[in-house]
Design a protein around this ligand. Structure first.
Ligand SMILES: NC(=O)c1ccc[n+]([C@@H]2O[C@H](COP(=O)([O-])OP(=O)(O)OC[C@H]3O[C@@H](n4cnc5c(N)ncnc54)[C@H](O)[C@@H]3O)[C@@H](O)[C@H]2O)c1
Ligand SMILES: O=C(O)C(=O)C[C@@H](O)[C@H](O)[C@H](O)COP(=O)(O)O
Ligand SMILES: [Zn+2]
Length: 373
């Protein structure tokens, strides 16, 4: 089996994101080796956190590779469960199951499972280790690395959490075969984002290979996952805690997160909300002459190609009001990520309420006109 390993370098540790087909049955052995044989020696317990549907599809292949059977904890699927109530249930289950400071958690699932398992690992006994086994395209290209973990509040997206990196990430491209098409498309919007902010070659690839990518061609998906992970690994290495450069990974998220909160995390997938947020951001960039009309139209075409852009209900003024909760805001100023070309971007602290209102109203007009039911 040939795999690609991409290191994520942080001040405290360096870990690898391993990407390949047929990786799942080998994860147990790799984790045991990473822990110097602690699993086979019975010195560390493993808890796999997942959801019933993912467990049905992929848990057997993962569990078979462990020297001793891990305990499986299951939570319902969906963004609306990325909440404290779910975490509390899991924390009690860890304690009842005898998890201790040597325990290792495995996140088997998409970004919701990954963000919550990472947060569990950050707070259980003040911090234990975890491993990512991402099963959605979104989690493979973005959420499984970088150490942002957390949960949502009614007031806003990801308003609680901790920076806590995994020990390693194992991305098996084969698991994407069972992913619903809408989830694949939503995840690919984070790759489009990575291309727009920092990697023109990735953007061009997504533009010119959309047929193969959307048909889940394994070679095409492997390329997209590896290139997206490289973008994120480079950004995280330069700015782990998001004091500057890392904000670029938030392109489309200022309004995207506002849409998710306004719709109570129920109407759109995260990547679908980010797609609308990116359309809004490129509209501001065009209006400011940061990008040419041609660049704008090409970005718009690629975002739409990886759509469909789903309809949702929200009041533009409410969306703008929700951006006040954005974690990137500092000293009363909003930080807004805008592209400056295809493959470059910057953080702007002078985006006005008028610009936000213009773009939110324009976006809601597009939702009404072009949004897919
Ligand atoms: N921490 C980060 O850096 C970061 C980055 C991007 C997104 N996120 C977060 O990630 C979350 C979105 O993640 P997501 O898009 O993976 O959604 P998700 O975790 O909700 O998973 C999507 C759906 O796909 C199902 N599923 C997962 N794998 C499957 C498979 N292989 N086959 C069939 N079904 C499968 C899940 O059960 C779920 O119903 C959001 O909460 C977002 O905020 C975090
Ligand atoms: O890793 C990052 O940094 C990102 O911003 C990646 C985003 O795709 C992701 O949705 C992240 O969860 C957003 O984090 P937040 O800090 O804006 O809540
Ligand atoms: Zn995101």
């Amino acid at each position: 089996m040939s795999t690609i390993s991409i290191p994520v370098r942080t001040p405290a540790l360096t870990y690898n994101v391993e990407i390949g087909s047929g990786l799942l049955p080998f994860v147990g052995g790799r984790v045991d080796a990473l822990l110097d044989g602690a699993l086979s020696a019975g010195k560390a317990k493993v808890f796999v956190v997942t959801s019933p549907e993912i467990a049905r599809l992929w848990a057997a292949a993962l569990l078979a590779g462990f020297p001793t059977p891990p305990t499986v904890l299951s939570i319902p699927a969906g963004e609306q469960y990325k909440r404290f109530a779910t975490l509390e249930t899991l924390l009690e289950q860890l304690a009842e199951g005898g998890a201790d400071r040597d325990t290792v958690l495995i996140a088997l699932g998409g970004g919701v499972i990954g963000d919550m398992t990472g947060f569990l690992a950050a707070i259980y006994m003040r911090g234990i280790r975890y491993i990512g086994v991402p099963t959605t395209l979104l989690a493979q290209v973005d959420s499984s690395l970088g150490g942002k973990t957390g949960a949502n509040l009614a007031a806003g997206k990801n308003l609680v959490g901790a920076f806590h990196h995994p020990l390693a990430v194992y991305s098996d491209i084969d698991v994407l075969a069972t992913l619903p098409a809408a989830e694949l498309r939503a995840g690919l919007q984070e790759s489009v984002k990575a291309g727009i902010i920092r990697d023109r070659a990735l953007f061009e690839y997504l533009d010119t290979h959309s047929d193969k990518v959307l048909a889940s061609d394994p070679a095409a998906l492997t390329h997209v996952v590896a290139a997206s992970v490289q973008v994120k690994a480079d950004v995280v290495a330069a700015d782990e805690k998001e004091s500057g450069l890392r904000m670029l990974l938030n392109l489309g998220h200022t309004l995207g997160h506002a849409i998710e909160a306004a719709t109570h995390y129920k109407q759109l997938l995260h990547g679908e909300a980010v797609a609308w947020g990116m359309l809004a951001a490129i509209a501001i960039a065009k209006r400011r002459n940061l990008i040419t009309v041609d660049e704008h139209d090409r970005m718009e075409r690629v975002i739409v190609a990886y759509g469909p852009l789903k309809r949702f209900e929200a009041d533009p003024a409410h969306l703008v009001a929700l951006t006040a909760k954005d974690k990137k805001n500092r000293g009363g100023n909003r930080s807004f990520v805008l592209p400056t070309s295809i493959g470059t971007s910057a953080v702007f602290k002078d985006v006005t309420l008028d610009e936000l209102t213009y773009t939110a109203e324009r976006m809601m007009a597009m939702v009404a006109r072009d949004g897919v039911a």
